[in-house]
Design a binder for this molecule. Sequence first.
Ligand code: KIV
Length: 261
Amino acid sequence: MNIHHFKQMKQQGEKISCLTAYDASFARVLSENGVEVLLVGDTLGMVIQGQATTLPVRVEDMIYHAQAVRRGAPDAFIIVDLPFASDLSLELALTNAASILKQSGAQMVKLEGGERRLETIRQLTTNGIPVCGHLGLTPQSVHKLGGYKVQGRESDQAQTLLQEAKAIEQAGADLLVLECVPRGLGADISGALSIPTIGIGAGPECDGQVLVLQDMLGISPGPGAKFNKVFLQNNSIAEAISSFVQAVKNGTYPANEHCYN
Ligand code: KIV
């Protein structure tokens, strides 16, 4: 898998499956069961470290977990989050992204935000570092957003997100995560871009889907978000992963009950 395959998959209407991974054992199971992209997300702060938000996560944490994921899945396409405040300046973003790729063997970094991140995306990509953007609900800004809420319900906010998505593509990003936006907006943004969108609570029209591994296995505390589906029922972990991949591919996940309308 590489960035060209993802574009081809979008052109051919084949959905991309992505799950978060933070350790070698799960990375191996995910990869062996057809998951095309492993995301070492900064959600590791919450699901691995037990923090209340993703904000305390450090670049060293990302590298540590990404190295483990690479060892478990030597051939996987791995994206690693730039954690909170690791991309506050261009220099910081370049240095941290380069260290992550160098030390972990991952292929891409992901960073949250629109307009304010465009120059960073340009600099990273012109320096050979593939980037995945992240729009909609951006958890590193949870305090500014006032909670984990659906974004883009108002038409002016939806317009801004659509313009920012186009600008992120123009700046050189190769993928875009869309988190917690109404289904119609997920569809509009996916239709307007030539790079693939990977949705989480952004509807089935996105070009791929991502879930947090612990959420889709049903071992995260609390009721969970509307978009989540627990795939581990009476089956094995391997079967749960492969039924997620099948459901993304055949479009049965996300169903209407997992969408914000
Ligand atoms: O950190 C993460 O796991 C993410 C996903 C929720 C998309 O960014």
